[in-house]
Design a protein around this ligand. Structure first.
Ligand SMILES: Nc1ncnc2c1ncn2[C@@H]1O[C@H](COP(=O)(O)OP(=O)(O)O)[C@@H](O)[C@H]1O
Ligand code: PXP
Length: 260
């Protein structure tokens, strides 16, 4: 058993598996203690024709965090954030990051800047500048998909060179490790993941090719980020093994399970 405790702040859905529903059990299976704060509570994910539910605001996050703090329960080794439903909540997440880092200077913050996919945003556009200016500068690891990496960096990713340029821009924003979970570089059967890490002034970069299943999956990015958290904890100096672990093992198992 590890002594790892994760605070996971992301969505809850009643039906299906995205956000906290998709990461809690896998993290627990891998020996991580998980405390979940739900940023929204929706009937289902936003890719359905409609969804109903509630979006938490800053005050509600503040209240939950104060409760943890008052009982000295805010002891975490990792913070994981994903889908956030509104601007005020995301600004409050910044206060939580700063407070958790004050309490544990070694806290690892893994941020999935969930905003959209395939050219479309599924959160309010006001979240973008907050990620760029306030959240990413505090992140140890970020895991945007291609669309999110392009929005955040302003660089269109259409080759390994432009992926590198986008990741360098995100490093300059403050993220120590950048992983582009998947990108479409024009090959119909292949998705390409990229990773880049800066430590002691040196940058190490990796590229992983994956066989594309001709379907669209929701929630795979959430699970991907949680597994990156685990594998970077187990292999802090080996980005390759961390990304490959998910792409070669988890992803296929998870996706085939969904398909079958
Ligand atoms: N169509 C697919 N075929 C194969 N693997 C996929 C597919 N969609 C997602 N994955 C796997 O899930 C991971 C995360 O998915 P991705 O689409 O990049 O994230 P997001 O859900 O945030 O857009 C990818 O790195 C890949 O391993
Ligand atoms: C409520 C909710 N949470 C999380 C996600 C993120 O899903 P993914 O892992 O595919 O980026 C979505 C995407 O529709 C969503 O609607």
């Amino acid at each position: 058993m590890s002594n790892c405790r994760v605070l996971s702040i992301q969505s809850h859905v009643v039906s299906g598996y995205v956000g906290n529903k998709s990461v809690t059990f896998p993290l627990q299976l891998l020996g991580f203690e998980v405390d979940a704060i739900n940023s929204v509570q929706f009937s289902n994910h936003t890719g359905y024709p409609c969804f109903k539910g509630q979006v938490l605001e800053a005050a509600q996050l503040g209240e939950l965090y104060e409760g943890l703090k008052a009982n000295d329960l805010n002891n975490y080794t990792h913070l994981l954030t994903g889908y956030i439903g509104c601007e005020s909540f995301l600004r409050k997440v910044k206060d939580v990051i700063l407070d958790l880092k004050k309490k544990n200077p070694n806290l690892v913050y893994v941020c999935d800047p969930v905003m959209g996919d395939n050219g479309e945003m599924y959160v309010a556009k006001e979240l973008l500048p907050i990620y760029q200016q306030e959240i990413i500068p505090l992140a140890d690891v970020i895991t945007p998909n291609q669309f999110e990496a392009e929005m955040l960096s302003g660089v269109t990713i259409d080759s390994a060179e432009t992926a590198k340029e986008a990741m360098e821009t995100l490093h300059k924003m403050g993220a120590k490790t950048v992983i582009v979970s998947s990108s479409d570089l024009g090959e119909p059967d292949i998705l390409v993941g990229f990773g880049s890490s800066v430590a002691n002034g040196n940058t190490s970069a990796i590229k992983v090719e994956m066989t594309r299943i001709p379907m669209y999956f929701t929630g795979s990015g959430d699970l991907f980020t949680a597994m990156i958290l685990v594998w970077l904890h187990r292999h802090p100096d080996n980005l390759q093994v961390s990304v490959q672990y998910y792409t070669s093992f988890y992803s296929l198992q998870h996706l085939l399970h969904l398909v079958c």
